[in-house]
Design a protein around this ligand. Structure first.
Ligand SMILES: Nc1ncnc2c1ncn2[C@@H]1O[C@H](COP(=O)(O)OP(=O)(O)O)[C@@H](O)[C@H]1O
Ligand SMILES: [Mg+2]
Length: 375
Protein backbone atom coordinates (compact mmCIF):
# COMPACT_ATOMS: atom_id res chain seq x y z
CA UNK A 1 0.00 0.00 0.00
CA UNK A 2 2.72 2.41 1.03
CA UNK A 3 4.84 1.66 -2.00
CA UNK A 4 1.86 1.89 -4.36
CA UNK A 5 1.09 5.49 -3.51
CA UNK A 6 3.12 8.40 -4.82
CA UNK A 7 1.78 10.51 -1.92
CA UNK A 8 3.87 9.59 1.15
CA UNK A 9 1.78 7.56 3.57
CA UNK A 10 2.44 6.51 7.12
CA UNK A 11 0.27 3.80 8.56
CA UNK A 12 -0.44 4.67 12.17
CA UNK A 13 -2.74 1.80 13.08
CA UNK A 14 -4.25 -1.40 11.77
CA UNK A 15 -7.41 -2.18 13.69
CA UNK A 16 -9.25 -5.45 13.86
CA UNK A 17 -12.77 -4.43 14.87
CA UNK A 18 -15.27 -1.58 14.66
CA UNK A 19 -15.07 -0.49 18.30
CA UNK A 20 -11.28 -0.32 18.25
CA UNK A 21 -11.41 1.56 14.97
CA UNK A 22 -13.77 4.22 16.31
CA UNK A 23 -11.82 4.59 19.53
CA UNK A 24 -8.42 4.90 17.85
CA UNK A 25 -9.55 7.13 15.02
CA UNK A 26 -11.16 9.50 17.52
CA UNK A 27 -7.84 9.57 19.34
CA UNK A 28 -5.44 9.75 16.40
CA UNK A 29 -7.54 11.92 14.08
CA UNK A 30 -5.80 10.61 10.98
CA UNK A 31 -6.10 12.15 7.56
CA UNK A 32 -7.70 9.00 6.15
CA UNK A 33 -9.03 5.63 7.21
CA UNK A 34 -9.42 2.63 4.92
CA UNK A 35 -12.39 0.47 5.89
CA UNK A 36 -12.53 -3.07 4.49
CA UNK A 37 -16.20 -3.97 4.00
CA UNK A 38 -15.64 -7.71 3.85
CA UNK A 39 -17.64 -8.71 6.93
CA UNK A 40 -21.06 -7.60 8.13
CA UNK A 41 -21.94 -4.85 5.63
CA UNK A 42 -24.68 -2.94 7.56
CA UNK A 43 -22.50 -2.83 10.71
CA UNK A 44 -19.49 -1.62 8.75
CA UNK A 45 -21.52 1.09 7.08
CA UNK A 46 -22.89 2.20 10.44
CA UNK A 47 -19.31 2.54 11.59
CA UNK A 48 -18.43 4.60 8.53
CA UNK A 49 -21.34 6.92 9.29
CA UNK A 50 -20.24 7.32 12.90
CA UNK A 51 -16.61 7.87 11.92
CA UNK A 52 -17.56 10.66 9.53
CA UNK A 53 -19.84 12.33 12.06
CA UNK A 54 -17.27 12.26 14.83
CA UNK A 55 -14.24 13.02 12.63
CA UNK A 56 -15.34 15.12 9.68
CA UNK A 57 -11.69 15.83 8.86
CA UNK A 58 -10.83 12.16 8.38
CA UNK A 59 -11.46 10.90 4.85
CA UNK A 60 -12.96 7.41 4.80
CA UNK A 61 -12.07 5.08 1.95
CA UNK A 62 -14.30 2.02 1.71
CA UNK A 63 -13.06 -1.07 -0.01
CA UNK A 64 -14.86 -4.29 -0.83
CA UNK A 65 -14.57 -7.51 -2.82
CA UNK A 66 -18.21 -7.07 -3.65
CA UNK A 67 -18.30 -4.16 -6.06
CA UNK A 68 -21.93 -3.97 -7.12
CA UNK A 69 -23.20 -0.46 -7.66
CA UNK A 70 -25.45 -1.00 -4.64
CA UNK A 71 -22.49 -1.48 -2.27
CA UNK A 72 -20.68 1.51 -3.74
CA UNK A 73 -23.78 3.70 -3.47
CA UNK A 74 -24.44 2.62 0.11
CA UNK A 75 -20.83 3.42 1.03
CA UNK A 76 -21.12 6.93 -0.34
CA UNK A 77 -24.50 7.41 1.37
CA UNK A 78 -22.86 6.47 4.69
CA UNK A 79 -20.33 9.22 4.13
CA UNK A 80 -17.41 7.44 2.46
CA UNK A 81 -15.11 9.86 0.67
CA UNK A 82 -13.75 7.31 -1.82
CA UNK A 83 -14.31 3.69 -2.84
CA UNK A 84 -11.56 1.24 -3.79
CA UNK A 85 -12.31 -2.01 -5.62
CA UNK A 86 -10.57 -5.21 -4.50
CA UNK A 87 -8.13 -6.47 -5.47
CA UNK A 88 -6.48 -3.11 -4.95
CA UNK A 89 -4.53 -1.82 -7.92
CA UNK A 90 -1.59 0.53 -7.78
CA UNK A 91 -3.20 3.06 -10.12
CA UNK A 92 -6.39 3.31 -8.10
CA UNK A 93 -4.57 3.55 -4.77
CA UNK A 94 -2.46 6.30 -6.24
CA UNK A 95 -5.45 8.22 -7.56
CA UNK A 96 -7.44 7.99 -4.35
CA UNK A 97 -4.64 9.17 -2.07
CA UNK A 98 -3.66 11.95 -4.45
CA UNK A 99 -7.28 13.20 -4.40
CA UNK A 100 -7.42 13.11 -0.60
CA UNK A 101 -4.12 14.95 -0.31
CA UNK A 102 -5.29 17.61 -2.76
CA UNK A 103 -8.48 18.14 -0.76
CA UNK A 104 -6.37 18.54 2.39
CA UNK A 105 -4.13 21.11 0.75
CA UNK A 106 -7.17 23.07 -0.44
CA UNK A 107 -8.71 23.13 3.01
CA UNK A 108 -5.37 24.13 4.57
CA UNK A 109 -5.19 27.03 2.16
CA UNK A 110 -8.69 28.10 3.10
CA UNK A 111 -7.80 27.88 6.78
CA UNK A 112 -4.88 30.27 6.23
CA UNK A 113 -7.34 32.99 7.20
CA UNK A 114 -7.02 34.22 10.74
CA UNK A 115 -9.65 33.70 13.40
CA UNK A 116 -11.08 36.66 15.27
CA UNK A 117 -11.89 36.26 18.97
CA UNK A 118 -13.40 39.13 20.94
CA UNK A 119 -13.46 38.99 24.74
CA UNK A 120 -16.23 41.20 26.00
CA UNK A 121 -17.90 42.12 29.28
CA UNK A 122 -20.40 44.88 29.72
CA UNK A 123 -19.04 45.67 33.19
CA UNK A 124 -15.51 46.79 33.92
CA UNK A 125 -13.34 44.69 36.20
CA UNK A 126 -14.59 41.28 34.99
CA UNK A 127 -11.13 40.50 33.62
CA UNK A 128 -11.47 41.30 29.91
CA UNK A 129 -7.95 42.62 29.52
CA UNK A 130 -6.40 39.88 31.67
CA UNK A 131 -8.27 37.12 29.81
CA UNK A 132 -7.50 38.56 26.34
CA UNK A 133 -3.77 38.73 27.10
CA UNK A 134 -3.64 35.20 28.49
CA UNK A 135 -5.82 33.69 25.79
CA UNK A 136 -3.63 35.27 23.11
CA UNK A 137 -0.54 33.64 24.60
CA UNK A 138 -2.31 30.31 25.16
CA UNK A 139 -3.67 30.24 21.59
CA UNK A 140 -0.37 31.10 19.95
CA UNK A 141 1.50 28.49 22.00
CA UNK A 142 -1.07 25.80 21.36
CA UNK A 143 -1.45 26.38 17.64
CA UNK A 144 2.15 27.53 17.11
CA UNK A 145 0.77 30.44 15.15
CA UNK A 146 0.77 34.18 15.52
CA UNK A 147 -1.67 36.13 17.71
CA UNK A 148 -2.34 39.85 17.47
CA UNK A 149 -4.18 41.73 20.19
CA UNK A 150 -6.13 44.83 19.22
CA UNK A 151 -6.61 47.11 22.23
CA UNK A 152 -9.82 49.06 21.65
CA UNK A 153 -9.88 50.65 25.10
CA UNK A 154 -9.08 53.84 23.31
CA UNK A 155 -8.93 56.09 26.35
CA UNK A 156 -7.03 53.84 28.70
CA UNK A 157 -5.49 50.80 27.05
CA UNK A 158 -4.04 48.44 29.66
CA UNK A 159 -2.68 45.79 27.32
CA UNK A 160 0.94 47.06 27.32
CA UNK A 161 1.00 46.86 31.14
CA UNK A 162 -0.53 43.36 31.21
CA UNK A 163 1.89 42.17 28.52
CA UNK A 164 4.95 43.88 29.99
CA UNK A 165 5.47 46.07 26.93
CA UNK A 166 7.24 49.23 28.08
CA UNK A 167 6.99 51.26 24.97
CA UNK A 168 4.48 51.34 22.11
CA UNK A 169 6.08 53.55 19.43
CA UNK A 170 2.96 53.32 17.23
CA UNK A 171 -0.70 52.97 18.08
CA UNK A 172 -4.08 52.74 16.38
CA UNK A 173 -3.86 56.52 16.05
CA UNK A 174 -1.07 56.10 13.49
CA UNK A 175 -3.23 53.65 11.55
CA UNK A 176 -6.08 56.15 11.43
CA UNK A 177 -3.75 59.03 10.53
CA UNK A 178 -2.44 57.07 7.54
CA UNK A 179 -5.66 55.32 6.69
CA UNK A 180 -5.69 56.46 3.06
CA UNK A 181 -2.47 54.65 2.28
CA UNK A 182 -2.92 51.69 4.62
CA UNK A 183 -1.72 48.31 3.37
CA UNK A 184 -0.58 45.12 5.13
CA UNK A 185 3.02 46.25 5.42
CA UNK A 186 2.11 49.61 6.91
CA UNK A 187 -0.42 48.08 9.31
CA UNK A 188 2.10 45.46 10.46
CA UNK A 189 4.70 48.18 11.02
CA UNK A 190 2.37 49.79 13.59
CA UNK A 191 2.16 46.62 15.68
CA UNK A 192 4.39 46.24 18.73
CA UNK A 193 5.93 42.75 18.96
CA UNK A 194 6.22 40.78 22.14
CA UNK A 195 8.34 37.77 21.26
CA UNK A 196 7.96 35.95 17.95
CA UNK A 197 4.32 34.92 18.17
CA UNK A 198 2.54 37.83 19.81
CA UNK A 199 1.95 41.42 18.81
CA UNK A 200 -0.21 44.30 19.90
CA UNK A 201 -1.98 47.09 18.14
CA UNK A 202 -1.91 49.49 21.06
CA UNK A 203 -4.50 52.08 22.03
CA UNK A 204 -3.47 55.74 21.73
CA UNK A 205 -1.16 56.87 24.48
CA UNK A 206 -2.03 60.57 24.35
CA UNK A 207 -5.29 62.08 25.55
CA UNK A 208 -7.75 63.08 22.85
CA UNK A 209 -6.34 60.81 20.15
CA UNK A 210 -9.12 58.30 20.55
CA UNK A 211 -11.76 60.55 19.03
CA UNK A 212 -10.65 60.06 15.45
CA UNK A 213 -11.08 56.28 15.56
CA UNK A 214 -14.28 55.43 13.67
CA UNK A 215 -16.11 52.12 13.15
CA UNK A 216 -14.93 51.92 9.53
CA UNK A 217 -11.33 52.02 10.78
CA UNK A 218 -12.02 49.25 13.28
CA UNK A 219 -13.66 47.12 10.58
CA UNK A 220 -10.82 47.64 8.13
CA UNK A 221 -8.09 46.92 10.69
CA UNK A 222 -9.69 43.66 11.84
CA UNK A 223 -10.43 42.58 8.27
CA UNK A 224 -6.83 43.16 7.24
CA UNK A 225 -5.42 41.36 10.28
CA UNK A 226 -7.76 38.41 9.78
CA UNK A 227 -6.48 37.97 6.21
CA UNK A 228 -3.19 36.83 7.77
CA UNK A 229 -2.95 33.37 9.39
CA UNK A 230 -3.22 33.11 13.16
CA UNK A 231 -5.46 34.73 15.74
CA UNK A 232 -6.76 38.24 16.21
CA UNK A 233 -7.89 38.97 19.76
CA UNK A 234 -9.97 42.00 20.52
CA UNK A 235 -10.06 43.73 23.91
CA UNK A 236 -13.00 46.11 23.37
CA UNK A 237 -14.49 48.78 25.58
CA UNK A 238 -17.28 47.80 27.94
CA UNK A 239 -19.82 50.17 26.47
CA UNK A 240 -21.51 48.91 23.33
CA UNK A 241 -20.31 51.88 21.30
CA UNK A 242 -20.27 51.86 17.50
CA UNK A 243 -16.59 50.90 17.58
CA UNK A 244 -17.24 48.00 19.96
CA UNK A 245 -20.10 46.73 17.81
CA UNK A 246 -17.98 47.04 14.66
CA UNK A 247 -15.42 44.76 16.33
CA UNK A 248 -17.95 42.29 17.76
CA UNK A 249 -19.67 42.02 14.36
CA UNK A 250 -16.47 40.52 12.93
CA UNK A 251 -15.73 38.10 15.76
CA UNK A 252 -15.81 34.40 14.88
CA UNK A 253 -16.00 33.74 18.61
CA UNK A 254 -17.42 36.19 21.06
CA UNK A 255 -16.33 35.36 24.59
CA UNK A 256 -18.72 37.00 27.04
CA UNK A 257 -17.18 37.26 30.48
CA UNK A 258 -19.07 37.53 33.73
CA UNK A 259 -18.28 37.15 37.39
CA UNK A 260 -20.36 35.61 40.16
CA UNK A 261 -22.32 38.60 41.38
CA UNK A 262 -25.79 39.90 40.65
CA UNK A 263 -24.78 43.10 38.78
CA UNK A 264 -22.48 41.13 36.50
CA UNK A 265 -25.03 38.38 35.84
CA UNK A 266 -27.65 41.05 35.06
CA UNK A 267 -25.41 42.90 32.69
CA UNK A 268 -24.38 39.66 30.96
CA UNK A 269 -28.05 38.91 30.44
CA UNK A 270 -28.56 42.36 28.95
CA UNK A 271 -25.57 41.87 26.68
CA UNK A 272 -26.97 38.53 25.47
CA UNK A 273 -30.30 40.23 24.71
CA UNK A 274 -28.52 42.89 22.68
CA UNK A 275 -26.47 40.25 20.84
CA UNK A 276 -29.71 38.51 19.91
CA UNK A 277 -31.15 41.76 18.61
CA UNK A 278 -27.96 42.36 16.66
CA UNK A 279 -28.54 38.99 15.01
CA UNK A 280 -25.46 37.24 16.47
CA UNK A 281 -25.84 33.47 16.23
CA UNK A 282 -25.87 31.76 19.61
CA UNK A 283 -23.13 29.36 18.51
CA UNK A 284 -20.70 32.27 18.13
CA UNK A 285 -21.13 33.31 21.75
CA UNK A 286 -19.15 31.53 24.47
CA UNK A 287 -20.12 32.51 28.00
CA UNK A 288 -17.19 32.28 30.41
CA UNK A 289 -17.46 32.61 34.15
CA UNK A 290 -14.34 34.37 35.43
CA UNK A 291 -13.03 34.59 38.98
CA UNK A 292 -15.04 31.53 39.87
CA UNK A 293 -15.17 30.11 43.37
CA UNK A 294 -17.71 27.55 44.39
CA UNK A 295 -20.46 29.30 46.29
CA UNK A 296 -23.68 28.06 47.85
CA UNK A 297 -25.43 31.22 46.64
CA UNK A 298 -24.88 30.58 42.95
CA UNK A 299 -25.25 27.32 41.11
CA UNK A 300 -23.99 27.18 37.56
CA UNK A 301 -27.22 25.53 36.42
CA UNK A 302 -29.25 28.42 37.84
CA UNK A 303 -27.09 31.02 36.13
CA UNK A 304 -27.48 29.15 32.86
CA UNK A 305 -31.25 29.25 33.29
CA UNK A 306 -31.24 32.99 33.97
CA UNK A 307 -28.96 33.68 31.00
CA UNK A 308 -30.70 31.14 28.75
CA UNK A 309 -27.21 30.21 27.63
CA UNK A 310 -24.73 27.54 28.66
CA UNK A 311 -21.65 28.46 30.68
CA UNK A 312 -19.01 27.26 28.25
CA UNK A 313 -15.96 27.58 30.49
CA UNK A 314 -14.94 28.54 33.98
CA UNK A 315 -11.80 30.41 35.06
CA UNK A 316 -10.97 30.14 38.76
CA UNK A 317 -10.46 33.05 41.04
CA UNK A 318 -6.77 33.33 41.85
CA UNK A 319 -6.17 36.92 42.78
CA UNK A 320 -2.60 36.45 43.98
CA UNK A 321 -1.47 34.79 40.76
CA UNK A 322 -3.43 37.22 38.55
CA UNK A 323 -2.21 40.39 40.21
CA UNK A 324 1.41 39.26 40.44
CA UNK A 325 1.41 38.36 36.72
CA UNK A 326 -0.04 41.78 35.87
CA UNK A 327 2.44 43.60 38.09
CA UNK A 328 5.31 41.67 36.52
CA UNK A 329 3.94 42.19 33.02
CA UNK A 330 4.13 38.49 32.30
CA UNK A 331 0.96 36.68 31.20
CA UNK A 332 0.16 33.97 33.72
CA UNK A 333 0.04 31.18 31.13
CA UNK A 334 3.73 31.60 30.46
CA UNK A 335 4.91 32.45 33.95
CA UNK A 336 6.47 30.01 36.43
CA UNK A 337 3.80 30.72 39.05
CA UNK A 338 1.66 27.65 39.64
CA UNK A 339 -2.04 28.32 39.23
CA UNK A 340 -5.09 26.37 38.12
CA UNK A 341 -5.78 29.25 35.78
CA UNK A 342 -2.96 28.13 33.47
CA UNK A 343 -4.60 24.80 32.65
CA UNK A 344 -7.99 26.51 32.45
CA UNK A 345 -6.73 29.06 29.92
CA UNK A 346 -5.14 26.26 27.87
CA UNK A 347 -8.41 24.34 27.96
CA UNK A 348 -10.40 27.35 26.82
CA UNK A 349 -7.85 28.05 24.08
CA UNK A 350 -8.01 24.44 22.94
CA UNK A 351 -11.78 24.63 22.66
CA UNK A 352 -11.62 27.86 20.69
CA UNK A 353 -8.84 26.60 18.42
CA UNK A 354 -10.38 23.13 18.18
CA UNK A 355 -7.07 21.53 19.08
CA UNK A 356 -7.15 18.56 21.40
CA UNK A 357 -4.81 18.63 24.37
CA UNK A 358 -3.55 15.72 26.40
CA UNK A 359 -4.09 15.73 30.16
CA UNK A 360 -0.74 17.43 30.70
CA UNK A 361 -1.94 20.20 28.35
CA UNK A 362 0.46 19.43 25.50
CA UNK A 363 -1.17 19.70 22.09
CA UNK A 364 -1.73 16.46 20.22
CA UNK A 365 -0.17 16.95 16.83
CA UNK A 366 -2.43 16.71 13.83
CA UNK A 367 -0.02 15.73 11.13
CA UNK A 368 -1.12 14.05 7.95
CA UNK A 369 -1.37 10.46 8.97
CA UNK A 370 -3.09 7.62 7.22
CA UNK A 371 -4.13 4.86 9.60
CA UNK A 372 -6.02 1.96 8.25
CA UNK A 373 -9.03 0.54 9.93
CA UNK A 374 -9.66 -3.06 9.06
CA UNK A 375 -12.82 -4.83 9.97
N1 LIG B 1 -9.43 34.76 37.23
C1 LIG B 1 -9.04 35.78 38.00
N2 LIG B 1 -8.69 35.58 39.29
C2 LIG B 1 -8.33 36.62 40.06
N3 LIG B 1 -8.28 37.89 39.66
C3 LIG B 1 -8.60 38.15 38.40
C4 LIG B 1 -9.00 37.14 37.49
N4 LIG B 1 -9.27 37.71 36.31
C5 LIG B 1 -9.06 39.03 36.45
N5 LIG B 1 -8.66 39.31 37.72
C6 LIG B 1 -8.34 40.61 38.27
O1 LIG B 1 -9.41 41.50 38.01
C7 LIG B 1 -8.92 42.81 37.82
C8 LIG B 1 -9.57 43.40 36.61
O2 LIG B 1 -9.13 42.74 35.45
P1 LIG B 1 -9.12 43.45 34.04
O3 LIG B 1 -8.67 42.44 33.07
O4 LIG B 1 -8.37 44.72 34.08
O5 LIG B 1 -10.68 43.74 33.86
P2 LIG B 1 -11.41 44.55 32.69
O6 LIG B 1 -10.47 44.69 31.56
O7 LIG B 1 -12.60 43.73 32.35
O8 LIG B 1 -11.81 45.86 33.29
C9 LIG B 1 -7.40 42.71 37.69
O9 LIG B 1 -6.82 43.21 38.84
C10 LIG B 1 -7.13 41.22 37.60
O10 LIG B 1 -6.00 40.89 38.34
MG1 LIG C 1 -9.71 46.33 30.49
Amino acid sequence: MRSASSVPISIVAELANNMQAIEQINRLRPQAALVMLNGDLPKSLQMVERLRQENPETAVICSSEETSSDVILQSFRSGATEFLRQPLTETEINEVFAKIEQARLRSTEESQQGRVIAVYSSKGGCGTTFVTANLAVALSRLSRSHATIVDLNLQAGDQPTYLGIENTPYTIYDVVRNFDRLDDTLLNSYLTSRGKLLSLLAAPTEVGRDEDVRPEHVTQIITMLRAQPGYVLIDPQHTLSENTIAALDLADDLVLLLTLDIPSIRSAKRALDIFRRLGYEKSRIKVVLNRYTKSPEFEIGQIEKVLEHSIDAVLSNDYKAAISSINMGEPLVQSKTQSRLQAEFTKLASKLADIQVEEDARPVSRTSWFPFARK
